[in-house]
Design a protein around this ligand. Structure first.
Ligand SMILES: *Cc1c(COP(=O)(O)O)cnc(C)c1O
Length: 477
């Protein structure tokens, strides 16, 4: 065997790998959605170390079939309804393959000009597609960048907010006094993590109460919290509002929250990790009303917009603030393009230095689907969720636990927590579908999130049939 895989060998093996993926997608619906094996099964099936002599790719593909694929949770399965979708698509995989083949490091404009410029243009395209406020476009003072995840977007927004709140002292003195972040009780756990990493301390995040009917942040409660903190000598640094909370897809009232942030000079970051994708459809853009108040905004094309993980789209209204917060210039990175001021260096927009050419998969996805295709994908998800919710509403044994404006339905049996947990276990044990759960106002609640491009009415109806049959057994017993 050659020491390196030469281009001809790569071509041959590459076709085999693409075939393997295509076969996997074709047969996905016949597999159980989750693995039934106990912890350690995969590790036990692997050798203790690498082989002494190299092996052909076919040997790895055989083990993919026997060792790996049977012990996965199949996120692209048509019966996968857990968490939020993390969907991918053919064009996304192909764009990512090109990125891998190019192996470009896009940390500076100078280390891969097309890598930086395509990313800037893709984020401007996306901003147009979602009809985001003008202030986020790179043609003005704003701009977008790809982060690995919404968690990183929140961390970076927190750092920029601290920079603003401390008038830049943060960079020199560190955390020289007490600063605070605010989100609703339904805000994502990454907000607390970002505050911890940023050094805000254990009580660095205030969880603002929500309206129990909508699960959305109560603006008056936010105002009260900010005023109490200011009176106590704590500086409000950032408010993270959510469009589409993880638990129930609640939408925080941005117009009111934005006005409060403006009044007190607090950075407003809007986390639309899952539901942001909905804004490709004009009829769903009501969810983004008030976004013109935000200093930063993010959503995950890797959740509901057919682009494989990792791809979080993050925008700021004033890129200067972000760059000032994060830039560090060592001698070995100095270059004429950066010094000219005519280019963007995305290393200054994120935590790591190095970065992959992730704009390629977005480019492939946006061009393959077109605006029309992306809208059709979102509308299908919403319609399937509506169809499922209608079944729930029409059956007296069940109730909806929250509104379902996007493609997530929260529901439960009209019974206690234990029967509901048992219902989830029984339905998931069939291996045909996979749902997860949350708690709404303290009560155990099942979640059905639609998003796989393979999901059709067939799987949604099957999920309903399985739930209905399991409920019958449960309520009879
Ligand atoms: C999923 C989710 C996140 C975290 O997403 P990552 O991209 O995996 O970090 C953050 N916020 C909300 C509202 C989410 O639903």
């Amino acid at each position: 065997m050659a020491e390196h895989m030469d281009p001809e060998e790569f071509r041959r093996a590459g076709y085999a790998v693409v075939d393997w993926i295509a076969d996997y997608w074709t047969t996905l619906g016949q597999r159980p959605v989750t693995s039934q094996d106990p912890p350690g099964a995969v590790a036990a099936a692997l050798p203790a170390g690498p082989t002494e002599r190299g092996e052909p790719v076919e040997a790895v593909l055989a083990d993919l079939d026997s060792v790996i694929a049977p012990r996965l949770t199949h996120w692209q399965h048509p019966g996968f309804f857990g968490y939020f979708p993390a969907n991918t698509s053919g064009p996304s995989v192909l764009g990512d393959l090109v990125s891998s083949g190019l192996g470009v490091q896009g940390m500076l404009w100078a280390t891969g000009p097309a890598c930086t410029e395509l990313e800037t243009v893709m984020l401007d395209w996306l901003a147009g597609l979602l009809d985001l406020p003008e202030r986020f476009r790179s043609t003005g003072r704003g701009g977008g960048v790809i982060q690995d995840s919404a968690s990183s977007a929140t961390l970076v927004a927190t750092l920029a907010a601290l920079h603003r709140a401390s008038k830049g002292r943060w960079r020199v003195d560190g955390i020289d006094r007490r600063y605070r972040a605010y989100t609703s009780t339904q805000g994502h756990s990454s907000i607390e993590k970002a505050a911890r990493i940023a050094g805000l301390g254990a009580d660095g995040v205030r969880a603002v109460e929500v309206d129990p009917r909508t699960q959305a942040m109560r603006p008056e409660a936010l105002r009260t919290a900010i005023e109490a903190d200011r009176a106590a000598g704590v500086t409000p640094a950032i408010v993270v509002a959510t469009i589409g909370t993880t638990s129930t897809t609640a939408v925080d009232p941005l117009p009111e929250i934005g006005a409060i942030c403006a009044e007190y000079g607090v950075w407003l970051h809007v986390d639309a990790a899952y539901a942001g994708a909905a804004a490709v459809c004009p009829e769903l853009r009501w969810s983004h009303a008030g976004l013109e108040h935000a200093d930063s905004y993010c959503f995950d094309p890797h959740k509901w917009l057919l682009t494989g993980f990792d791809c979080d789209a993050f925008w700021v209204a004033d890129r200067g603030e972000l760059i000032e917060a994060l830039t560090v210039m060592p001698e070995f990175l100095r270059n004429a393009a950066t010094e000219s001021g005519a280019v963007l260096d995305y290393r200054d927009w994120q935590v790591p230095l190095g970065r992959r050419f992730r704009a390629l998969k977005l480019w492939f996805v946006l061009r393959w689907y077109g605006v029309e295709g992306l809208r059709a994908h979102i509308r299908t998800g919403v319609a399937l969720a509506d169809r499922f919710a209608e079944r729930i509403e029409a059956d007296d044994r069940f109730e909806l636990a929250a509104a379902h404006p996007f493609s997530l339905v929260c529901f439960r049996l009209r019974a206690g927590d234990e029967p509901n947990a048992e219902l989830l276990r029984r339905v998931n044990d069939t291996g045909r579908v996979h749902l997860t759960h949350t708690r709404v106002e303290g009560r155990y609640t099942l979640r059905l999130a639609v998003g796989s491009p393979l999901t059709t009415e067939k799987q949604v109806d099957e999920a309903w049939d399985l739930l209905s049959a399991a409920a019958e057994g449960l309520l009879a017993g």
